[in-house]
Design a protein around this ligand. Structure first.
Ligand SMILES: [Zn+2]
Length: 375
């Protein structure tokens, strides 16, 4: 049986490119993972998500445990079969979304008790229960159950929360057990405080994980503060394991994170923005609802090979958005996911060629140029 492994092919500065091998297929890094919150990347068929170049999807433990429940997905053959995606899936631990979505939370050493945002029912989530749910989902990459303090927080609060997460990381590892072909990732916490990040990294390394996430970022601290942490945090984690930055981000966040040594990222942005009429392009964000597109026969991006750009005009995309037709969200989501995967492929090639700086300069120059002038 194929085991989970990570091979680094090349580095360029702190940027890295490699391959994560899993029994369900390879993941080329740097990798962007589209988010399939409730067993679907909204507005996309799984084969279309694959066609954009995605090697792996993210599933949300919090949503799936509430509806349709992990036990039901297990009875129906696991999440891959249930949602018709046979390639790797990473699941989060549920911790972050309990904090952001659920009501009436009670946090103790044992775990979290919360009220479902769907029907008000009461649930428990502990490191042990999170490992059980992610096993029932048959996730390929399992995340440790952790706590992310609400910002702003004092150093003392961040330290206390981080140490709780490190005790939960040990309990996650114990509950995960030995599952060949499946990986468990630890999550570094410590806010924006360097010595707490270091303490967290040491605690995780002494437990030992298949990969390591930089957690607690992309929670409203801003790009400058996030890059500030990424200037030192990835280097604290083992170089021979994948490094995952959770919940990032906008195209320039992604590029800046890869430049600082991140291998994997996920974000709802390309799919969520696609449903609200926002397209990410080489020249920045295009709001397709703007009247300037109403008579424009040109594609969103003439150099993009996605179906939205190959076969439809800006005028059509504008019309279906205004008419609230479902194809609007479908086409713009497809374009956005395609564009995000294009960025990843471009960075992988550039790192392999030792030309990341030149690629990055071109990326920023194209954005600075702005959208094509109205007709
Ligand atoms: Zn396109």
């Amino acid at each position: 049986m194929t085991r989970f492994s990570f091979d680094l092919h090349a580095t360029d500065g702190a940027a890295r490119t490699g391959t994560i091998t899993t029994p369900r297929g390879d993941i080329r890094t740097p990798a962007f993972m589209p988010v399939g919150t409730a067993g679907t990347v909204k507005a996309m068929l799984p084969e279309s998500v694959r066609a954009t170049g995605a090697d792996i999807l993210l599933g949300n433990t919090y949503h799936l445990m509430l509806r349709p429940t992990a036990e039901r997905i297990d009875r129906l053959g696991g999440l891959h079969k249930f949602m018709n995606w046979q390639r790797p899936i990473l699941t989060d631990s549920g911790g972050f979304q309990v904090m952001s979505l659920a009501g009436l939370r009670k946090l103790t050493e044992r775990g979290v008790t919360f009220k479902s945002h769907i029907d008000g029912s009461i649930h428990d989530l502990t490191p042990e229960r999170s490992m059980e749910i992610q096993r029932l989902l048959d996730s390929d990459i399992v995340m440790c159950f952790d706590e992310c303090p609400a910002l702003p927080a004092t150093d003392d609060e961040v330290a206390k929360s981080m140490r709780l997460s490190m005790r939960w990381a040990q309990r996650s590892k114990d509950a995960f057990g030995d599952r060949p072909g499946h990986a468990l990732f630890g999550i570094q916490q410590g806010g924006v405080t360097e010595h707490l990040r270091a303490e967290s990294a040491e605690a995780l390394k002494s437990i030992g994980f298949d990969g390591y996430a930089v957690g607690g970022l992309a929670v409203g601290e801003g790009q400058e503060a996030m890059f500030g942490v990424l200037d030192y945090a990835p280097a604290m984690l083992p170089a021979d394991r994948p490094r995952y930055l959770m919940g990032v981000g906008k195209p320039d966040d992604i590029v800046g994170a890869v430049k600082r040594g991140i291998d994997m990222m996920d974000c709802v942005l390309p799919s969520r923005s696609g449903r609200t009429g926002q397209a990410f392009t080489r020249h920045g964000v295009v709001n397709i609802k703007n009247a300037r597109h109403a008579d424009d026969p040109r594609p969103l991006d003439e150099n993009c090979g996605c179906p939205a750009c190959s076969s439809y005009s800006r005028a059509y995309l504008h019309h279906v958005f205004r008419a609230r037709e479902m194809i609007s969200g479908m086409l713009l989501t497809w374009h956005n996911l395609h564009y995000f995967q294009d960025i990843m492929a471009g960075m992988r090639d550039a790192i392999a060629a030792g030309a990341f700086d030149a690629w990055e300069a071109e990326f920023h120059a194209a954005r600075a140029q702005g959208d094509i002038a109205p007709i």
